[in-house]
Structures are given as structure tokens and as C-alpha cells.
Design a protein around this ligand. Structure first.
Ligand code: AMP
Length: 400
């Protein structure tokens, strides 16, 4: 257990029906407690709290986020650590959409809350839950600074050439239509760790980060700054994901409205929940797709090939945008745990100076270099740690 005098940040990730939290030391990323309140708004809610004393589950009615926050404080009071006894320097809130208004983690004031509320049309599924979390945390911890850390903020450094869609001026100006990008906290953390693993200053290196989880995105990072990213106005664009398709022909919406009578809601639902791996194979779970592929399933085999094709398309494109490439980083569930996918991508890049180390790739666990010492582009597995990054950024805001 760490020294009670050590700084800590309570990291809160509130969604519309869940509230996840972790108590993190912003200096070394260690976590003394974490938990999840699920099924907020439903009759049969559940809360789970894990700390040094064990894992504790409570079944309870959780009508709203205020009740979820009560369960959080009750779990800390009952099972520890005692929040009143630790040096809680901030509550760090994950906020999905900061639009063009936020390029940095930001101390939450009434004005910031209003701005996040104005951004709801850009993230109708996420920002309302994030705001509920902020409001109940401000009431529960009135004396602790609250900091918003935005998923979009890291990408605000993209040049206009990368963030602008070639669409009518009215869409861009009245409806804020542009590329924002997401997973910024992960891309920031992983690119920093990748430079450290390369043994070079972040300012000097060109990196492509592949965040491959149920949601997936690629980012080109030049000297620590995002210069291009694959997710766009919404988290649907770019790579093939668990249930989202990634890049599509924009003509598809009109085509299906005419031919199949699809409404905008039908279209949204199909692209958010029924596409990607699920649309191609019937399973959104990459591990299951790989198991089926190993048994000779043609749909699973095609899905793998489509995923790899799209990854190669982005890696090649981003290497060209960067003008050079020092390193590739694989992170999130699939990036961290699928040596098969990493091997396929890296082997196909052999012509560009990537030399896979098959043994290192097969046995990688935690942070690992998976290319040979002589490979001119290095590749790494870097487990992401968004909670630590949120804690680090929140503590940085408070320290000034
Ligand atoms: P995340 O959203 O980061 O939790 O990643 C979830 C995805 O990672 C799912 O598609 C899982 O099937 C995939 N995943 C997790 N473990 C493995 C594994 N050992 N092999 C392949 N895919 C995995």
C-alpha cells in the first residue's frame, strides 16, 4: 500500500447507464481501488468495488447517477481506502466530446459544464452521461477540484487539412461538421510510452498508434502532436470495429434510403450496432472471430482480411502524411492480445523497413518491442492506461 501522504485522483467515467471509477496515484499509475456501478436507471442495478480487502458486490435499485455516486462513497467508506484520509487532489472526469472548445484538460466550472452541454448534439450518446457524473461528483466532493479530460482534446492539434471535410460551408460553419477524433487519452499515453521505449525524445519521433479494441482508431503522432486520426465527427469512421464499419461510401445513406426505405434512425443503428465484425461474421468479439478463422470459417477469414486491409491502408497513408515513420504501436484489447493480427500487419509492411521478431511478438506481455534490433521502423505492444493518463492530466491542471 502506498503512503497516505501520496497524491491521488479519483478517475470517473460516467456513461448513460454506468459509472466506472478508479483511485489512481497520478505519479506512478498505481491504483488502490476501482469499481463499477451498472444498470443505472433500471430496477436491478449492481455495484462492484475492488480494493486491497477484496471484491465486493451490491445489488441495489439505482434510479439515477446520484444513487450511483452514493454507492461509490459507501463502498469506499465500508471497504476502503477511506477517501477522507487520502490526499485526494482532484476528481478527473472522462468526457467524450470537447468539440473545438477544449484542447486541454480543463478545471470544471459552471461555464465549462454549460459548454459541454452545448456539445451534446455532437455526442448525444455520451456527453449527457458524462455531465451527470460531473454534476453528482461536484455535489459529493465540493471541496475537491474537478477536471474534465476530453477524448477529443489530443486531436485538436490536427492541421485544418486533416480535420476538414470537403462539404458545404453551411454544414461546416452552422453544424460544426469536421473531424474531431476520439481515444485521445489513449493515443497521448501510448505515443509518450512508445517514445520512451524507443529511447528518444517524444518531440523527435513520428509514430502511428493503432488503438484496436471494440472501438478502434489509428493516429499519426508527430513530435507528440496528433496530425491525423481515423475517427471523425463521430466514432464511426476509420478502422473496422466490433459493431461499427469504419470508412464507407457516403453515397450509401441515399442509396439505402431509396432502395430499402431506411430512415436515418435505422441507418444510425445499423452502423453503430450491427456492422463491423458483427456484420461480417455474426460476432463482434475478435477473439471468437479468430477461433472461427482457425477452424476454416470463410466469413471469419474474410473479416480478418478486411480488418488487416484497412489497417494497412491507414498505416501507409499516415507514414506518407508524417513523411517518415519511426515506430508503430499496438494497443487495446486486440492490439495487446492478438499476435496473429500484429504479425500479419507487420509482415505485410516488410517492404517498408519493418522486420518482425516472431518470437518477441508471440511472447509479448506488457510493454514489448516486437521488431528486430535492425528493423528500421520499430513496432511495440504498449498496454494503454487511460485512467492513469486522466489522473496525470487532472493532477497537472490542479498543480498549475
Ligand atoms: P477492448 O475494447 O480494448 O476491451 O477490446 C475488446 C476486444 O479485444 C474484443 O474484440 C476482444 O475479443 C479482443 N480481445 C481480447 N483478448 C483477446 C485475445 N486474447 N485475442 C484476440 N482478441 C482479444
Amino acid at each position: 500500500m502506498t503512503d497516505p501522504g501520496t497524491r491521488r485522483v479519483l478517475v470517473v467515467n460516467a456513461g448513460s447507464s454506468s459509472l466506472k471509477y478508479q483511485l489512481v496515484d497520478p505519479d506512478d499509475g498505481t491504483s488502490e481501488a476501482s469499481g463499477l456501478v451498472e444498470r443505472i436507471g433500471l430496477a436491478d442495478g449492481r455495484a462492484r468495488h475492488t480494493c486491497s480487502a477484496g471484491t465486493f458486490t451490491t445489488e441495489s435499485d439505482v434510479p439515477d447517477h446520484a444513487r450511483a455516486m452514493e454507492l461509490l462513497t459507501a463502498a469506499f467508506a465500508e471497504h476502503g481506502p477511506d477517501l477522507a484520509a487520502v490526499q485526494l487532489v482532484a476528481v478527473g472526469h472522462r468526457v467524450v466530446h470537447g468539440g473545438a472548445d477544449f484542447s486541454q484538460p480543463t478545471l470544471i466550472t459552471a461555464e465549462v459544464v454549460e459548454t459541454v452541454r452545448r456539445l451534446i448534439p455532437l455526442a448525444p450518446l455520451h456527453n449527457p452521461g458524462n455531465l451527470e457524473g460531473i454534476e453528482v461528483a461536484r455535489e459529493t466532493f465540493p471541496d475537491v477540484p474537478q477536471v474534465a479530460v476530453f477524448d477529443t482534446a489530443f486531436h485538436q492539434t490536427m492541421p485544418a487539412s486533416a480535420s476538414t471535410y470537403a462539404v458545404p460551408r453551411a454544414w461546416r460553419e452552422e453544424h460544426r461538421v469536421r473531424r474531431y477524433g476520439f481515444h485521445g487519452t489513449s493515443h497521448a499515453y501510448v505515443s509518450r510510452r512508445t517514445a520512451a521505449l524507443l529511447g528518444r525524445p517524444l518531440e523527435d519521433v513520428a509514430i502511428v498508434v493503432l488503438h484496436l479494441g471494440n472501438g478502434a482508431s489509428a493516429t499519426a503522432v508527430d513530435g507528440g502532436r496528433s496530425v491525423a486520426t481515423s475517427m471523425g465527427l463521430t466514432p464511426l469512421e476509420g478502422l473496422v470495429m466490433g459493431t461499427r464499419p469504419g470508412d464507407l461510401d457516403p453515397g450509401l445513406a441515399g442509396h439505402l434510403a431509396d432502395r430499402a426505405g431506411l430512415t436515418p434512425d435505422d441507418f444510425d443503428r445499423a452502423l453503430s450496432k450491427e456492422s463491423g465484425l458483427l456484420g461480417l461474421t455474426g460476432s463482434a468479439d475478435f477473439r471468437e472471430v479468430m477461433e472461427r478463422r482457425a477452424q476454416g470459417d470463410a466469413d471469419a477469414s474474410l473479416a480478418f482480411d478486411v480488418v488487416v486491409h484497412r489497417l494497412l491502408h491507414y498505416v501507409g497513408g499516415y507514414a506518407a502524411v508524417l513523411g517518415r515513420l519511426d515506430a508503430l504501436a499496438f494497443t487495446a484489447g486486440i492490439g495487446e492480445h492478438s499476435p496473429e493480427l500484429r504479425a500479419e500487419v507487420l509482415t505485410r509492411l516488410a517492404g517498408f523497413g519493418v522486420e518482425l521478431d516472431p518470437e518477441a511478438n508471440a511472447t509479448a506481455s506488457g510493454e514489448a518491442r516486437i521488431t528486430t534490433a535492425s528493423s528500421s521502423v520499430a513496432a511495440f505492444v504498449v498496454p494503454t492506461n487511460e485512467e492513469w493518463e486522466i489522473a496525470r492530466q487532472a493532477a497537472g491542471v490542479v498543480a498549475g
